[in-house]
Ligand binder design. Sequence first.
Ligand SMILES: [Fe+2]
Length: 193
Amino acid sequence: MSVRLSRDEAWDLLAEWVQSESLRRHCLAVEAAMRAYARKYGEDEELWGVVGLLHDMDYERHPDLDTGHPRVALAELESRDVDPVVVRAIASHADFLGVSRDSPLEKTLYAVDELSGFVLACAYVRPEGINGMTPKSVKKKLKQPSFAAAVNRDEVRAGAEELGVDFDEHVGFVIAALAERADDLGIQGREAA
Ligand SMILES: [Fe+2]
């Protein structure tokens, strides 16, 4: 029998492996988006959230994509007998591992990963934070290559296409999901801070 990690267990694991506040926030943002899509699709919200929380758990300790992330996370989760569904989903978000994205869980992780990071970046530079953010403003920023340059624009687009969602709706959906967790994510804006 494989192990089903609870949200608390997944958070403890993440907190042990990741000290960087910004990487923790990225993982929390992806968790928020995953949980929102799980609700929308009638899927297992806790499971999807755990995948979001843990997908980058080894990135701080093992950032080298040739030898490290996410292989170390996969090995760690396997050694703990974590549900193979979780392990496979995390493997599939790394294009370079060549693991196909087959399930809605896998496609959703890929679709929200880079975009969640990008929406966070957009929120940090707005005085209002996430409040009142529109898909239009996010798309405008996507067209500025120098803004949050580390976010792969092709991946953002491809993720939505693979998932089969309208791009604007997808961006709006992720904004709303992150807005629900604005306090945890530090994106309430300067007024509220
Ligand atoms: Fe990520």
